[in-house]
Ligand binder design. Structure first.
Ligand SMILES: Nc1ncnc2c1ncn2[C@@H]1O[C@H](COP(=O)(O)OP(=O)(O)OP(=O)(O)O)[C@@H](O)[C@H]1O
Length: 711
């Protein structure tokens, strides 16, 4: 009986198909499991057909229905694995298939595909341009070095014409995958040795002989990062049934390396720009930790309840709903975990107040004590100095460093300020209330005096945690190997937290990894969005240096973001309605569209106008389940961690982004002013990087100073 394998290119097309076409695919696939190879060749319904003038003699098409054909790579070497590579409309199928050539990479031994006709056509023209170029991107690497990394004759000739990274990227869709990746790493400045270690060696079978084993089955078996082999009918039914989540199966080697490393000697940090699969890496790490030992308990945390719910759902998918594994993971927010610890160990359920109420208490404090500071200044001093360092007494406050605060406070001034802290805390005590950060401080204290609750802690969205929250996580697990696995992106810091992880007993030196490939957005969306952050420098996750997005890229391509101003807010919202209707007319389901803005006021208007136009709408804050229809509406803050095929970012005006009320005036505290401005900038970056295929950014009146130009 033949075996069946799926290339990830197949899933991309399959996911976009209408249900009846999917059923057709399913039926066709079943035949591969029921018939012998000669029967398959003869089957009338399947109509396994070779393609005229095909670059690859093994390429075949199969009938799905009158309009769609599947493209299959059929073995001709006595091996029996059929590879499904695509589902294409009938008329395009033959020309699509004729251009593709599948080969085995001489270094990684994986199966790769190239658009052989495209490369043939392009290379001679580029050779002419390259002859006149001042420098070439890969000039410093000899043919021998490139060949050792798996680059073959045709690609080598093309490589010798490449002038810069943009040209390399333009070639990307034509080149064989592993060879392209090797070239990208070299272009990013990695040495050939590093590229061999990180790209080639991780894929090359340990027992690889001097020459590639040319059977298709062997190459397929060695392409686990891009091909899934299906072992039986049940697995086939299962895999076609579930929404295909490529990330469950295809980890990029850089992701696999961090997630499945057997053990780390201490805390690990994984950073990377938006959409680089940090959450995916965190989920796979949880799987690894759970399956490595039968009784370990894992705490998996993130920032918001909505994100915790989505982690829970995705973990269920990754672990195939295995209750014995899932039962050993606690998925929650840090605040909820801390709350549970306090409730359990103190025997009382804490009642934390919200931000608005907290501000009111500070107002009361200022009024009562008549101090020379605003309530905003006091609240920030309390958060960034007192709680961050867990200062409990005036003496401790006197001696504390105020690094990161932009105004000096003499010892006399600190003495003058401390009663404000005491009054704030006593008002809370009188009301039998507390704050979330104080609950965390208490939980950390309780954990330090009792036993850790988990064997491993995995933290997603780590960039926004406050030192008090880090102390809780530090206390949840005993220091040692595989204690903490942190993923986060300092470019997405949208709450005001400054940390030095080292000083909190979380030293990641030597165990810091970076992911660079974005799997979410098109390169066009990414490079434009990255422009929002170009003018600024970003502190790294641990607070010890700065971070960069160097080498950050996407392999997907699409339209440039639509960026447009309107004469009035009314006009902007009307344009939004039209845009959303346009997306829906292209077959995008409402729940795959996200609409966000800085404020709810504007979102309410969008909500009303969309509803009036008959477009279903759902607010993210109401936690609509995945099956609820409706365009998702959320503030920029609530967009954190989410993604949509199409995203509209509204109201990007000078008055809203940055929002002056949330930005400390420079005369109050110059450093705080800068950090508030940065936070507002990052917020816009987060909102824009939620888009997978289409991004539309709009405003009315004066445009936000943070917007980059569209080139
Ligand atoms: N190896 C992979 N193969 C296919 N898709 C992937 C892979 N890794 C990640 N993805 C997809 O890319 C998207 C982004 O992944 P993920 O949410 O993990 O990124 P992130 O780095 O946590 O993003 P952010 O920081 O913006 O929240 C998701 O749709 C995910 O399924």
């Amino acid at each position: 009986m033949p075996q069946l394998a799926f290339a990830n290119s197949f899933w991309e097309s399959y996911d976009a198909l209408e249900k009846p076409v999917r059923n057709g695919v399913r039926k066709a696939m079943q035949k591969f499991q029921q018939l012998t190879v000669p029967e398959l060749q003869q089957d009338k319904g399947l109509h396994l057909e070779s393609v005229e003038k095909a670059a690859d003699r093994r390429i075949r098409t199969i009938r799905i229905n009158d309009f769609w054909r599947g493209v299959v790579l059929a073995p001709d070497d006595g091996s029996d694995v059929f590879l499904l590579v695509n589902v294409v409309p009938h008329d395009d199928a033959y020309s699509w298939a004729a251009k593709r050539l599948y080969t085995t990479n001489s270094a990684t031994r994986a199966l790769e595909v190239r658009n052989v006709r495209g490369i043939e056509q392009l290379t001679p023209q580029l050779e002419k341009a390259a002859a006149a170029a001042e420098s070439l991107l890969f000039a410093k690497y000899s043919d021998r070095v490139l060949r050792e990394l798996g680059v073959d004759d045709q690609v080598l000739r093309a490589v010798r014409t490449i002038i810069d990274k943009a040209q390399l990227e333009a070639f990307g869709t034509l080149l064989p995958e592993d060879q392209f990746e090797v070239l990208q790493y070299l272009a990013e400045g990695f040495s050939p040795e590093e590229v061999y270690r990180d790209v080639v060696a991780v894929r090359r079978p340990v027992d690889a002989g001097p020459d590639p084993d040319e059977t298709l089955a062997a190459a397929i078996a060695n392409t686990t990062s891009r091909i899934t082999l299906v072992s039986g009918p049940d697995e086939l039914a299962d895999i076609l049934e579930k929404p295909f989540a490529a990330w469950r199966v295809f980890l990029h080697p850089s992701q696999r390396r961090v997630a499945y490393r057997v053990s780390y000697a201490g805390p690990v940090q994984v950073t990377g720009g938006p959409g680089t699969g940090k959450t995916v890496a965190a989920l796979h790490r949880v799987k690894h930790l759970l399956t490595r030992s039968p009784d370990t308990r894992v705490l998996l945390t993130t920032y918001t309840n909505a994100l915790a719910a989505s982690l829970r759902e995705n973990l269920g998918l990754l672990l195939d709903g295995d209750a014995s594994l899932l039962g050993r993971v606690e998925v929650t927010t840090v605040n909820a975990y801390a709350h549970g610890v306090v409730a359990r160990l103190d025997g009382k359920v804490p009642s934390p107040i919200g931000d608005r109420e907290e501000r009111q208490v500070w107002q009361q404090v200022v009024k009562k004590l008549g101090l020379p500071w605003t309530e905003q200044f006091l609240a920030q001093e309390y958060r960034h100095v007192v709680l961050a360092q867990d200062l409990r007494t005036l003496d401790a406050y006197r001696a504390a460093s105020r690094r990161g605060r932009g105004s000096a406070l003499s010892p006399a001034r600190r003495e003058q300020l401390w009663p404000a802290v005491e009054l704030f805390e006593s008002i809370l005590r009188d009301r039998k209330a507390t704050t979330h950060l104080k609950v965390c401080a208490r939980a950390a204290e309780l954990l330090a005096a009792s036993a850790p609750t988990h064997d491993h802690v995995v933290v997603d969205e780590a960039q926004d945690l406050h030192p008090a929250q880090w102390r809780v996580l530090r206390g949840a697990v005993a220091p040692g190997s595989d204690d903490l696995f942190l993923t986060g992106d300092p470019h997405q810091r949208i709450y005001d937290s400054k940390v030095s992880l080292g000083s909190l007993g979380i030293a990641v030196a030597g165990r810091s990894h970076r992911l660079r490939i974005n799997y979410r957005s098109t390169e066009e969306i990414l490079s434009w969005s990255t422009g929002i952050l170009t003018p600024v420098s970003i502190d790294d996750l641990g607070g010890e240096g700065s971070d960069t997005l160097a080498g950050y890229r996407s392999l997907l391509h699409g339209r440039k973001p639509q960026v447009e101003g309107h004469g009035s807010e009314h006009g902007e919202v009307a344009a939004l309605v039209e845009r959303v209707q346009g997306w829906m007319a292209q077959g995008i389901s409402p729940s795959e569209i996200g609409v966000c803005a800085r404020f709810n006021v504007l979102l309410d208007k969008a909500y009303d106008k969309l509803t009036a136009a008959g477009v279903p709408v759902a607010r993210v804050r109401d936690s609509p389940g995945a099956d609820v229809e409706g365009v998702r509406i959320a503030t920029m803050h609530a967009m954190k961690g989410l993604e949509f095929r199409c995203v509209a970012v509204l109201g990007v005006t000078a008055g809203a982004v940055p929002f002056a009320r949330e930005v400390t005036p420079a005369f109050v505290d110059a450093l705080q002013h800068d950090s508030d401005m940065l936070r507002e900038r990052c917020l816009l970056f987060v909102a824009c990087t939620r888009a997978r295929e289409a991004l539309a950014v709009s405003w009315s009146g004066a445009v936000s100073p943070f917007l980059p130009a569209v080139s």
